[in-house]
Design a protein around this ligand. Structure first.
Ligand code: ADP
Ligand code: MG
Length: 248
């Protein structure tokens, strides 16, 4: 789109053998935007997230965040450039407490000025950061709990908090409501809505109510291609989308 997009992916191609999993995909995300990506199983959504976060190498195309070219960067370098993702709970250390998970994440992403602090001052900064993250995602009451014993919804919130510890400019969420009941889903929608003030979001989600509620823009991926892009009313009224996706 415009040269001022926060995030720009252009002509992304990924082949698995003869399968074109991602077929020249263009995606932009603007500052403060929630851009949702929907599409049937096998459409290439997770492949796209893996290309963006750097877990899979691109065959063709370019990616930039805030003008920084990402394609040649390793995943951890992309995190430093402002790109963070949730890993569907796999990044949570299940046998550690919620607080220890948050402290570890805060330490991993502490800035370079951090090493000039005294040990005591550094610990205070980490604790402050951990508590702020816990507040943000609504886990301040369960700091002492072993993460693996938390209900599923709370573990997903912790996963979001760990991704936020990197202070992302763009947060990738791959099906944050997967496996959640209605109450947890509502809480996750409220959390994502609240995160809009801190970071732009690329949201992959099957829960269409959540997508229509949250997304400023929705892109529909089918067989590795963007079928159409627009706001909720555009998507709801698009005959091919109804046939391909909403009808299934
Ligand atoms: P989605 O997340 O939209 O369900 P995926 O990105 O997981 O879709 O998959 C897109 C297509 O690429 C599917 O046909 C899938 O079978 C294929 N695919 C995904 N990952 C691999 C892989 N590592 N090796 C081979 N084929 C893959
Ligand atoms: Mg997927």
């Amino acid at each position: 789109m415009s040269a001022t997009s926060l995030f720009e992916a252009k002509g992304l191609v990924k082949r698995f053998g003869g399968l074109l999993a991602t077929d020249h995909v263009d995606i932009t995300v603007e500052p403060g935007e929630i851009h949702a990506l929907i599409g049937p199983n096998g459409a290439g959504k997770s492949t796209l997230v893996n290309l963006i976060s750097g877990l899979l190498p691109l065959d063709e195309g370019s990616l930039s965040l805030d003008g920084v070219e990402l394609a040649a960067l390793a995943p951890h370098q992309r995190v430093r450039a402002g790109l963070s993702r949730c890993f569907q709970v796999t990044s949570v250390f299940k046998s550690d407490t919620v607080l220890d998970n948050l402290l570890l994440a805060a330490q991993a992403h502490a800035g370079s000025s951090f090493r000039f602090l005294s040990r005591r001052a550094a610990e205070d900064v980490l604790m402050e950061t951990a508590l702020r993250l816990a507040e943000t995602v609504g886990l301040a009451d369960v700091l002492g709990r072993i993460a693996g014993t938390l209900p599923h919804g709370a573990q997903r919130k912790l996963d979001v908090a760990l991704a936020l510890a990197a202070r992302p400019r763009l947060l990738l969420l791959d099906e944050p409501m997967a496996g959640m009941g209605p109450e947890d889903s509502l809480q996750m929608v409220a959390l994502i809505e609240q995160l809009r003030a801190q970071t732009a979001i690329l949201l992959i989600e099957h829960d269409m109510d959540a997508v229509f509620q949250l997304a400023d823009r929705i892109s529909v991926l089918v067989y590795g291609r963007v079928l159409t892009s627009g706001d909720a009313s555009h998507i709801k009224g698009h005959p091919e989308v109804q046939a391909v996706y909403l009808g299934t």
